[in-house]
Design a protein around this ligand. Structure first.
Ligand SMILES: Cc1cc2nc3c(=O)[nH]c(=O)nc-3n(C[C@H](O)[C@H](O)[C@H](O)COP(=O)(O)OP(=O)(O)OC[C@H]3O[C@@H](n4cnc5c(N)ncnc54)[C@H](O)[C@@H]3O)c2cc1C
Length: 425
């Protein structure tokens, strides 16, 4: 019997350690020194570095990478279970060397980088000696690659990149930026002349690439291979977001339940009002549906490939946005006025839900992908009636019993009566 939802005891011990470590070390750091884990301030880093070392010593650094690349090689299913904890704490992904957008960029480098490129960028990224960003979306074209204009022109032993990108997360603080051009994926050091970071938005940057010159060796993967690299990157990124979203909605759920048992209104605990009970019951079911979808997808990737799991990954993408939106709203609502402030995590969580439905490709595109891929397994019915049209199926089935019905009129009459009774019912 291969279906099994249990976690092996040794790995459960790791999960327990991670939960304790996050609660006792990462969360206090976050609360008192927000952003210390990814700051360049030496004093702030000195607070975070010992935590990162503990993670390394425990063999949990860069969880998403295979063993030969310096990660523990857990695979996606175990990573999903770990991310269900890490996603609850703002800095935990950085403390565990597994924060976006670096993770997706590292996956691209690991898959497509030459030994020199890995030496130059992958290992420093893994060690957080440098940070990266990913420049794909364009102001006029969103994330539709057919509308992209940014391109590179070969000039001797250099590439010259010209174009404009929008919403490059952490672009202003990145050391290197992975720039998707119409004719390839390029690694661009941010301080290269011609990289112009616009004044806003402040966190997800608008960047102009004004004839930016990079060495020929900064082309990652094959020429004209940017779409393939982008798919590889975004597929992994989406499922990792979904894993962390499970952590977020569980946090919202815990807060919702605690509050429902803590407040009274109109003569009873609010948990005893039926509409509050409905919010809890619906959230419980939706969280578990999302969680099982994510774990099943992670398992599929482990047992085949990201490419083979692309329909499932797309389903995770829009389902996580929906469940986050619904559950965080219900939790916020049950928290009452306090929920509308920034004194609990709920307001920020709910505000993040629309971004989840847009980042890494808008939900509509993923829904179309799922429908298109699913429909490949179907065909139109040949005649007028759908395959499940009962009278036609019954006529077909009667052929199987033809000799029996012909030889036993009493049974035939009984069958006719039974069918008429079913039709009436
Ligand atoms: C938090 C966050 C972080 C991000 N980080 C990065 C990053 O690091 N690097 C990067 O390159 N980009 C990043 N993005 C950008 C992201 O990839 C784009 O926002 C996204 O792909 C959509 O592009 P757009 O914003 O131009 O919206 P548009 O493409 O203009 O879409 C707007 C709306 O139009 C409708 N629509 C669009 N296309 C379709 C369609 N095919 N079918 C049906 N309806 C459609 C939908 O309602 C959609 O919401 C980030 C976005 C967010 C929100």
């Amino acid at each position: 019997m291969a279906w099994d939802f249990s976690t092996e005891p040794e790995f459960q011990a790791q999960l327990d350690w991670v939960a304790d470590f996050c609660r006792n070390e990462v969360e206090p750091l976050d609360l008192v020194f927000p952003g210390a884990a990814y700051s360049r301030n030496p004093k702030a880093r000195a607070l975070a570095d010992p935590l990162k070392q503990q993670v390394r010593d425990r063999g949990l650094w860069a969880l998403f990478l295979d063993r030969e690349l310096g990660g523990p090689g857990f695979g996606q299913l175990k990573l999903a279970l770990l991310n269900e904890i890490l996603g609850r704490y703002r800095s935990a992904p950085v403390v565990f060397g597994t924060a976006a957008p670096d993770t997706g960029n590292m996956e691209m480098l690991a898959a497509y980088g030459t030994p020199e490129q890995k030496e130059q960028w992958l290992y420093p990224l893994m060690n957080q000696e440098i940070f990266s960003a990913y420049s794909m979306t364009e102001p006029q074209g969103g994330s539709d690659p057919n509308l992209f204009k940014t391109s590179a022109v070969r000039d001797g032993d250099q590439w010259v990149i010209t174009g404009e990108k929008w919403f490059t997360s952490a672009g202003a603080r990145a050391d290197i930026i992975f720039v998707m051009c119409t004719n390839g994926m390029f690694v661009v050091p941010r301080d290269t002349p011609g990289v112009e970071i616009m004044g806003y938005p402040p966190l997800h940057n608008h960047i102009r690439y004004n004839e930016v010159r990079v060495p020929a060796g900064n082309l990652l993967g094959p020429e004209d291979g940017a779409k393939v690299l982008a798919q590889r990157r975004l597929g992994g990124g989406r499922i990792h977001h979904a894993m962390r979203t499970v952590a977020q909605v569980k946090l919202a759920f815990d807060m919702m339940c605690e509050r429902a048992l803590s407040r009274e209104s109109h003569g009873r605990l609010i948990a005893e009002h039926q509409m509050v009970a409905e919010a809890i019951a619906d959230s419980y079911a939706e969280i578990n549906m999302l969680r099982l979808l994510v774990l099943w997808t992670a398992w599929t990737i482990d047992n085949s490939s990201t490419q083979a799991a692309r329909t499932q990954i797309a389903a995770c993408k829009y389902t996580m946005a929906k469940v986050l939106r619904e559950v965080s709203y219900r939790a916020l609502h049950i928290m009452g006025s306090l929920g509308t402030t920034n004194l609990t995590p709920l307001q920020a969580m709910w505000a993040a839900a629309p971004a989840m439905a847009i980042a890494d490709g808008v939900d509509e595109v993923h829904k179309v992908t799922v429908a298109r891929n699913v429909l490949k397994g179907y065909e139109p019915h040949p005649g007028l009636w759908p395959t499940e049209y009962i009278p036609a199926k019954r006529d077909q089935a009667r052929k199987k019993y033809a000799s029996l019905i012909e030889s036993d009129p009493e049974l035939a009459a009984w069958a006719d009566a039974a069918v008429r009774a079913t039709a009436r019912g």
